[in-house]
Structure formats: structure tokens, C-alpha cells
Design a protein around this ligand. Sequence first.
Ligand SMILES: Nc1ncnc2c1ncn2[C@@H]1O[C@H](COP(=O)(O)OP(=O)(O)OP(=O)(O)O)[C@@H](O)[C@H]1O
Ligand SMILES: [Mg+2]
Length: 268
Amino acid sequence: MPLISVYSPKGGVGKTTLTANLCYSLASMGLKAIAVDFDSQNALRLHFGVPLSDDAGFVPHAAQSAVWSEYVVSNRDNVFVLPHGKASKKQFAEYEQRLASDDLFVARGLHSLLNQPDLIVIADLPSNHSAVRNALLPLTDLLLIPLLADTASLSLLPQVEDLLDSFHASNQDASGHIVLNQADYRRKMSKDVESFLRERFPDELLGIVHRDESVAEANAEQKSIFDVNYASIAAFDIEVISKKVSAMLGIQIGDGSTYAHADYPNNA
Ligand SMILES: Nc1ncnc2c1ncn2[C@@H]1O[C@H](COP(=O)(O)OP(=O)(O)OP(=O)(O)O)[C@@H](O)[C@H]1O
Ligand SMILES: [Mg+2]
């Protein structure tokens, strides 16, 4: 039911990595979670073991098909992914046209997912596609903005502040938060960025994910950080974030029941 959007005005900050690992982490807590890829790089699926050669996804058919959940795949119980898919120029143009002209296009496409009371939907939003952002943010319950612990992120802060203000002004019951990614206590810059954020955004800074080799390793192996190195610092950080996220959304951590991925027809 709740929609979490992962978005940042800057690319390469860890949106896709956070989306995927948050999905795995929530699932390991006994919750049912789906990661939805709104980025035409179509890379989110790779975190879920979907083969590179498998181009299926919702965007190529979005303009024609009202029910996007047809393209959901799953690689284990409680973990689901809706890949973006590889669209032809014509298909992408139709999708863009619908995004721009139909305010309810995305709400309708995601309807069956957002209407499942026990399903947490996590959307990975591209940094450079304002139509997608404008369609998703009004539906969003929790906005997560990853930022890197570097100077470029500091220069983005006014933009992030504006984004949080406009998000809170238009989404009464929703909340927007920052996740500081690739923090590294050996670097002075990283510590400075963290203390600056703590001071300037005391309520909005939701969590910190440390820079960790296991993250890249997990990405390369198309697995979660928990599968590759459960004891890693990044796994710990993401688990802490997912517990905060479930508490903020008022979700009771699982009762141990699981949801079989065999229920979905297009399994990875
Ligand atoms: N905590 C971390 N520690 C180490 N490496 C990380 C961490 N988080 C992300 N990375 C690496 O940073 C790179 C960018 O991450 P990712 O692709 O998730 O960013 P993104 O914001 O989705 O990028 P894009 O804007 O291109 O979609 C990847 O190579 C990923 O493995
Ligand atoms: Mg990405």
C-alpha cells in the first residue's frame, strides 16, 4: 500500500542500490516489497538476478496496458521487481506523451500494486526526468533523497531544501528524508558533510550508509548486500534505515508469513 519514492536531483548517488537493498531488507523482516524501475537505464532488475538479455518490463506496454503488474517478476518469497523494460523509440514516445497529458496515468498503472494492503512499493526515480517525478511525487508517502558525502552534494542542498519544502506543502501526510550515502569516516570531507547535514536537517536526515566494498560486490553478483555480506557495515546501515522506514509508515514488522513468488507468472 505505501509508496516510497527514491529520488535525488543528482545522478549516481545510490538511488538504485538503495531501492533494491531496501526492498530485500523489508522482505527479510517478513514484509512484502516490490521495487519499481522508472529509470530508462533499466538497471534495477539487475539487482534481482534478471538476466541482462531479458528486456521485459512495463514501459514498452504502458500506454496500451492499464495493468502494469503483469510485468512483475520475483526471485524469492516477499521480493518483487517491476522492471522498466526496453522500449522502442515509438513506445517510449507514447509513454512520455501519456505521462505529460494524463495526470492519472501512473496512478492507474500502479493501481493494483498500490491497492494491495500488505505490499510496500519502492520506486526508483531517474534524476533527469521531471515528468516521472511530477507524476510520482503526489502519490508518494515517503520520499527518500540519497546524497553523497561530497562537495557536489553540499552545493545541491538549496535544491534539496526546495524539494522537501514543496513535497511537504503538497503532500500533507507524507514525509521527505535524506539518506547520506557512501559516508567514510576516514575522510574529513565526509565527516564535515555529515555534521553539516545533522545541523541543517536534524529531522530530515533519516540515515547514513557507509561506503562499503560489499555494495559493489553485491551489484556485480546481482544479489543483495545481505546475501553477499550480511555482517558488512552497509548491510547494517540499510537494515537500520528499513526499520525506521517501516516505523514511519506505521507498518508492523512481519508476523513470519511469506508470500510465494510462484503466485506471479513471470518469475525470474
Ligand atoms: N554505500 C556504497 N558503498 C560503495 N559503493 C556504493 C555505495 N552505494 C552505491 N555505490 C556504488 O555507486 C554506484 C552508483 O550507484 P547507483 O547506480 O545505485 O546510483 P544511482 O543514483 O541509481 O545512479 P543513476 O543516477 O545512474 O541511476 C554503483 O557503482 C554502486 O555500486
Ligand atoms: Mg539508478
